[in-house]
Every structure is written in structure tokens, then in C-alpha cells.
Design a protein around this ligand. Structure first.
Ligand code: GLT
Ligand code: MN
Ligand code: MN
Length: 419
């Protein structure tokens, strides 16, 4: 292998796309766009259009608009599209005629390419107006925040969306004493109440169902201290009594955001499921206790992802899987749609199918059933006897983990490195 670098000739710029496409083909294992479309997968406008910029980075890609994203998503077989209000409409045009003409163009583009808009979200973190968050002390800023979330509800209904997402990443503070938490949370709830009430009105007028309003937590970034840092904090907030329509508000957990605070994403999802609030799910990958690297699904923690999907399949989760990741800044505009998106979708589908294999695997099934059957003739008040009676059985925990690994790498289906 050492010689291969020597033999490889420099690749001229105009031959590089062809090389990427050839190696992408050589990978094999791609699903057809028709197969991909059977899954409830959505592609965010902001993910596809992300130019590779961040605090320490200049953009590495050219800007692209919704026409490009919708057209290319259709080619790949991504059936749903999601957006922030300001991903597609300039802040100054929000609520004005120009907004509705853009929304009209989006509708046309979605219809032309056979996509549906599944979710809309309000940008409440980027513009200078949000310096003190959407729940700022100033009543005028809060009135503007209410206008923005209500306007997103209007856009959502017009585009046929079923979900609205809220990421309160600017709800918090940098310096201590700057905000009074209970006040800020009460004001934030007022904005959500305004969105829900508007939703009830518009839905009735349009004879549509109301939207499912989903809160998304992230433990840090961009505020230093965040008031609703985890999905669990949000569950508490939903049932705090501050919301007028808690039944309209659920969660949009993001895989990496739970990992970022050191939690187990699967356990966070389980708690949301038990509360009946797992409505929408942002899928990606990354590392524990690091910033929001938004790597595509399965590239860091494939075994954990498999385990997550076993849980969701077991509980018949039927909401969207939103590809909220950032194509790396080393990936070109061409690469975003030639490699980044199709491979993310295909890893998701493969892991989803594997989760089905895990659920029906005879070894895992027997092991799980045996564990649940417990041990025979034992005094349930005698700790020593109970521990001894189950001693051999509990080895199955590790055996189950090994079997899941085998399923992940295909060893259960005959893959071998040596005999
Ligand atoms: C922002 C955030 C994402 C959220 C988006 C929804 S905004 O990009 O980092 O995780 O899903 O508002
Ligand atoms: Mn997200
Ligand atoms: Mn993220």
C-alpha cells in the first residue's frame, strides 16, 4: 500500500468530481431513490445550504437556494423538506407580500419535484434582534418574537407542514445575574402560547390539523448557560403549567445534543417516549462533551445508533427523521449531493433494517426472554439466594451486546476474517 501514493498521479481539478463519483459507485450498497422515499426522512434547507462557515471558519462552499436543495433532494429520494423562516426569506421581508411570493415559489418547486414540507422552524438565534433572546426583558422584542413564531405557523400551514420546531439556544445568559430565570421562562412560554393560539385559529380556517410544536434542546452553544439545556428539562417545562396548550407541545430531540451533555441518547428518547412526547427526531452523530459538530448519522457511534433504532422500532415511532447534520467543510458543493446526503440516508436505512434484524434475531430473543423469565424456586426476600440463582443468567447481557456487534458488521450473516 505504501507505494500507492507514489503511483497516484496528481488529480487535475476538472477530473476530481469524476473520481469522487467513480469511488462512490465503487462503494456500492446504495438504495434507489424509490426505496429511500419510503422512509420518513426530511432534509433541512439549512443543512444542505450550509457553506462550511463557523466561528473559526470561512465558508468553503458557494451559496445555494431552495430550488437547488429541493431539486437535488428529489434526485436522491429524500421525500421531505424542512426550513427556518430566514433560510428562505430575508428577515426584512417576513410577513410582507414578498414572503408570500417566495412561499408560492417554494410550493411550486415542492410540487414539481414531488416533495412535501414536513416542518418549519423560526430562527430566534442569529439576527441581532435576538441578542437578549426571544424572551428578552423588552416587551417590544417579545412582541416581535410572537410575530415571528405566529408568522412561521402561517407559513407552515401554507406549505402543508405538520410540525413546527423551536430551538431556544439563545435562551440563557453569558454573565451571571443578567436574567431572572423564572421570568425568562415565563416569557418564553408566552411566545409558545401565541404560536399555539395562532395555530388553532389558522388550522380551523384552513380545515387542517393543528401543527405539532416541538422543542429542541441543546446543552451549550450559543449561550454560555442555557435555561432549557436537555430534553428532560423541556419535559418539565411543558408540564410546568406555563403553557396554555401543553398537549400541542412535544419534543424534537437531537441525537448529538443529548450526547453533548454526557447523556445516553437512547435513554433520553425512552423518557420522551414514556411521556408521549417523542414527535420529531434530528438525526446526526458526534462526540460526548464536545461542541455541536453535527456529523452525519452513523459515522461516529454506529453501534449506539443501531441500539437507538431498535428502541424506536420497538415502540413504533412513526415521526420524521430529520437529517440535521452539517456536510463537512472539506466536502464540495458537488460532494454535498453526490456523497454527503445519499450516504447519510443510506446509513440510516441500513441501520433501520439492521434494527429489524436485532428485534427478530433468535439469539437475542431467547436471551431476552430467558432474562425476563428469571430463575426458579427462589426466596424473594433472600438477597444472597436471589443473586446466586441469577448468576449464570446475567452473562447474557454481554452476549447480547456481542450479538448486536455481529449484526452491525454482518458476522451473523457469515462475514468472517479468518476461519
Ligand atoms: C440550529 C441548531 C439545530 C436546530 C435548528 C432548528 S437551528 O442549526 O443547531 O440543531 O435543529 O432551529
Ligand atoms: Mn437540530
Ligand atoms: Mn446539533
Amino acid at each position: 500500500m505504501a507505494g500507492s501514493e507514489i503511483l497516484m498521479k496528481p488529480v487535475p481539478a476538472n477530473k476530481q468530481q469524476a473520481l469522487v463519483d467513480r469511488l462512490m459507485n465503487a462503494c456500492g450498497g446504495a438504495y434507489s431513490p424509490k426505496t429511500r422515499k419510503k422512509y420518513y426522512i426530511s432534509g433541512p434547507q439549512w443543512a444542505a445550504a450550509y457553506q462550511g462557515q463557523a466561528l473559526f471558519h470561512a465558508p468553503t462552499r458557494e451559496p445555494i437556494g431552495f430550488e437547488d436543495v429541493i431539486r437535488e433532494s428529489a434526485k436522491i429520494g429524500i421525500g421531505h423538506w424542512t426550513t427556518h423562516d430566514t433560510d428562505v426569506i430575508q428577515t426584512a421581508a417576513l410577513g410582507k407580500d414578498e414572503q408570500w411570493s417566495i412561499v408560492g415559489q417554494i410550493k411550486k418547486s415542492l410540487t414539481k419535484h414531488g416533495l412535501e414540507c414536513s416542518m418549519v422552524t423560526t430562527e430566534t438565534f442569529f439576527h441581532a434582534v435576538w441578542a437578549a433572546s426571544p424572551a428578552a426583558e423588552s416587551p417590544q422584542v417579545r412582541e416581535y418574537a410572537a410575530f415571528r413564531v405566529k408568522n412561521t405557523v402561517d407559513i407552515g400551514h401554507e406549505l402543508g407542514a405538520r410540525f413546527a420546531v423551536y430551538w431556544p439556544g439563545s435562551l440563557g445568559y453569558y454573565t451571571q445575574g443578567a436574567v431572572e430565570e423564572t421570568e425568562t421562562l415565563t416569557w418564553y412560554a408566552e411566545a409558545l402560547n401565541a404560536a399555539c393560539e395562532r395555530d388553532i385559529e389558522v388550522a380551523a380556517k384552513k380545515k387542517r390539523k393543528t401543527l405539532q410544536h416541538c422543542l429542541e434542546a441543546k446543552p451549550f452553544e450559543p449561550q454560555a448557560e442555557i435555561l432549557l439545556p436537555t430534553s428532560d428539562a423541556m419535559l418539565a417545562f411543558i408540564s410546568s403549567g406555563l403553557l396554555k396548550h401543553p398537549e400541542m407541545v412535544g419534543l424534537n430531540p437531537e441525537y448529538l445534543h443529548e450526547l453533548m451533555w454526557g447523556g445516553a441518547p437512547r435513554a433520553a428518547l425512552a423518557r420522551a417516549l414514556l411521556a408521549g412526547k417523542l414527535w420529531h427526531f434530528d438525526i446526526n452523530d458526534g462526540y460526548r462533551l464536545k461542541h455541536d459538530v453535527d456529523i452525519a448519522i452513523g459515522l461516529v457511534n454506529p453501534l449506539d445508533w443501531l441500539n437507538v433504532l431498535v428502541l424506536l422500532r420497538t415502540h413504533n415511532y412513526n415521526g420524521p427523521f430529520n437529517l440535521d447534520y452539517k456536510p463537512p467543510r472539506t466536502t464540495s458543493n458537488h460532494g454535498v449531493f453526490a456523497v454527503s446526503f445519499p450516504t447519510a440516508v443510506d446509513r440510516f436505512i441500513t441501520l433501520w433494517e439492521m434494527a429489524g434484524d436485532v428485534i427478530s434475531d433468535p439469539v437475542i430473543k431467547q436471551a431476552t426472554e430467558a432474562l425476563k423469565a428469571g430463575a426458579e424456586a427462589v426466596d424473594t426476600r433472600d438477597a444472597e439466594a436471589l443473586a446466586a440463582a441469577h448468576r449464570e443468567m446475567l452473562t447474557l447481557h454481554e452476549l447480547i451486546a456481542h450479538r448486536m456487534f455481529q449484526i452491525l458488521i454482518g458476522a451473523h450473516a457469515g462475514r468472517r476474517y479468518s476461519i
